[in-house]
Design a protein around this ligand. Structure first.
Ligand code: MCA
Ligand code: AMP
Length: 504
């Protein structure tokens, strides 16, 4: 096949007049129209000087056009690098520089702030808005509506997705065409997706969940998506009657359960609800079943691996577990120190191997070697356990990571900033339970000398550099941080102390 990812997901729909996307205002976009837009975008990316293997950094609002940029990268063999729309110019700057992206595509509203970033990194700046305007859109309108798909192999890179690291520096996970395709193929089968499906899509498309899991599966099956710009509770409830399936992070489900309009009648026609990206409380699973008569299907994945495990479509979907390894994916539970496989039932590090596992971190061979074993097993940093029936549970993390509303936040990145703040001696950033986001960020500070840190000023200064979702929801000053005999900060003690900070 000339270009497996493009041909299998997109190209096969050429000339297909069936609806691909439903927009909230009632408009629809057919597969054929989507592919015409894709071809024009692919032509423009080449005209802008990008060559196969080059990176395109993209920070734009979710829209059909934004999805077509992903498709255009596949068609032109360009590596797609999507960025969270909440990232500040400071954060974007790191990704553009680190990836060596040749073009930065951003929202017109952010062009002024990002122009200096593009200039400093030697990238071309183009704009595209969620309402289909901007320099990129205007130039693409002049391009031919057909594009000769660039030949690629399944081993060629398709996307870079940055994931934060325990050192505070983000790492670009290099994903190949085969990583993405193999996972989409398995999930279509496992979750029984067909061209009859209409997926309610309210996730962002700059992460694996909304971009690869939801969109690739729909494309492969030839189904339709109700493509919402974000998760708005009322809009989701209004659109559910038209959908057959939905995917979400646990916050979607707790918010739905908090609304009396979310009833059994509303969703009894639905075939499947999938949850992932963060732990779904067993309690939410049970409440959901009590309300709707349906059991949410929970699965487990990572940016570096796409999806690894899933509860069964048929058979028991067991609350508090992430099910079984997907076909073709091997999962083992190992001793963190020795790497030896542990007996069934014991808690250890989850390691995974399969065609879904990424090629390594961009230009970080040491980091890659630390996490990706020579035999192909990837050390996830998640702690798991397998029960007597083979169901896998995630029981903790061997990495200092907070997952808030499905977004990953690495404390180190915030601690480095807090430690620099005026009158702060040191800091510890922890995740505490939050009724809406599952977990949220809290910053603990120790004062330097007798002057108390100005918490308001510190909060404001974080706001200029850190995306909103990473900013601590609360800053607290303590006389000292709890430490063990080795001097290591005991975050567990802090998490226990502040466990009820946001309880309702
Ligand atoms: C928004 N805020 C947040 C979050 N989102 N704070 C902490 N954590 C968050 N996730 C901030 C807002 O800036 C705002 O700040 C305040 O919290 C309340 O915002 P609100 O309007 O309620 O939030 P929202 O816009 O409705 O967003 C919440 C959300 C969203 C819908 C849960 O965060 C979301 O779509 N999350 C999905 C993330 C996702 O797709 N993850 C998949 C990663 P203020 O009021 O102070 O201005 S892929 C992955 O993890 C792996 C591979 C996997 O397995 O899938
Ligand atoms: P990311 O690096 O953003 O791709 O996030 C991956 C991490 O999300 C995993 O390493 C897990 O810690 C977490 N995760 C994903 N799905 C689940 C799930 N169903 N239950 C618990 N944690 C999950």
């Amino acid at each position: 096949m000339a270009n497996p990812l493009f041909d299998t997901l997109f190209g096969k729909h050429d000339g297909n007049d069936a609806v691909f996307l439903h927009l909230p205002d009632g408009r629809t976009i057919t597969y054929a129209a989507f592919l015409k837009m894709t071809a024009q975008y692919a032509g423009l990316l080449c005209a802008l000087g990008l060559k196969p293997g080059d990176r395109l950094a993209v920070q734009v609002a979710k829209s059909p056009q934004a999805l077509a940029v992903y498709a255009a990268c596949a068609q032109a063999g360009i590596v797609f690098l999507p960025l969270n729309t909440a990232y500040t110019a400071d954060e974007v700057s790191y990704f553009v520089e680190n990836s060596g992206a040749g073009v930065l595509l951003c929202d017109p509203a952010k062009a002024a702030a990002l122009e200096p970033v593009a200039v400093a990194c030697g990238a071309v700046l183009e704009t595209l808005s969620g309402e289909d305007s901007g320099t990129f859109r205007d130039k693409a309108a002049e391009m031919p509506s057909a594009f000769h798909t660039v030949a690629r192999s399944g081993e060629d890179l398709a996307a870079f997705l940055y994931t934060s690291g325990t050192t505070g520096r983000s790492k670009g996970a290099m994903l190949t065409q085969n990583n993405l395709l193999s996972n989409a193929q398995v999930l279509v089968e496992e979750w029984r997706f067909t061209s009859e499906d209409v997926l309610l899509h309210a996730l962002p498309i700059f992460h694996t969940h909304g971009l690869f899991v939801a969109s690739n599966i729909t494309l492969l099956a030839g189904g339709q998506m109700i493509f919402l710009p974000n998760f708005q509770l009322d809009e989701v409830i209004a659109q559910l009657p038209k959908a057959t399936t939905m995917m979400g992070v646990p916050t979607f489900y707790t918010r739905l359960l908090g609304d009396s309009g979310f009833t059994k009648d509303l969703v009894q026609h639905m075939r499947l609800f999938v949850s992932g990206s963060a732990p779904l409380l067993a309690e939410t699973h049970v409440q959901f079943e009590n309300r709707t008569g349906q059991r949410i299907l929970e699965r487990y994945g990572m940016t570096e691996t796409n999806m690894n495990t899933s509860n069964p479509y048929e058979g028991e979907r067991r609350a508090g577990t992430v099910g079984f390894a997907l076909p073709g994916v091997e999962v083992k539970i190992t001793d963190s120190k020795t790497g030896e496989t542990l007996p069934q039932g014991e808690i250890g590090e989850i390691e995974v191997r399969g065609p879904n596992v990424f090629k390594g971190y961009w230009q970080m061979p040491e980091k890659t070697a630390e996490e990706l074993r020579e035999d192909g097993f990837f050390i996830t940093g998640d702690l798991g356990q397998v029960d007597a029936d083979g169901y896998i549970s995630i029981v903790g993390r061997n990495k200092d990571l907070i997952i808030s509303g499905g977004y990953n936040i690495y404390p180190k990145e915030i601690e480095l900033l807090l430690d620099e703040a005026e009158n702060v001696l040191e800091s510890a950033v922890i995740g505490v339970p939050h009724p809406d986001f599952g977990e949220c960020v809290v910053g603990i500070l120790v004062a330097q000398g007798d002057t108390a840190p100005d918490l308001e000023a510190i909060g404001a200064s974080l706001g200029t550099v850190l995306a909103r979702f990473k900013q601590p929801k609360r800053l607290i000053v303590l006389p000292e941080l709890p430490r063990n005999t080795m001097g290591k900060v005991q975050k567990k003690a802090l998490r226990d102390q502040f466990a009820d900070l946001f309880s309702v």
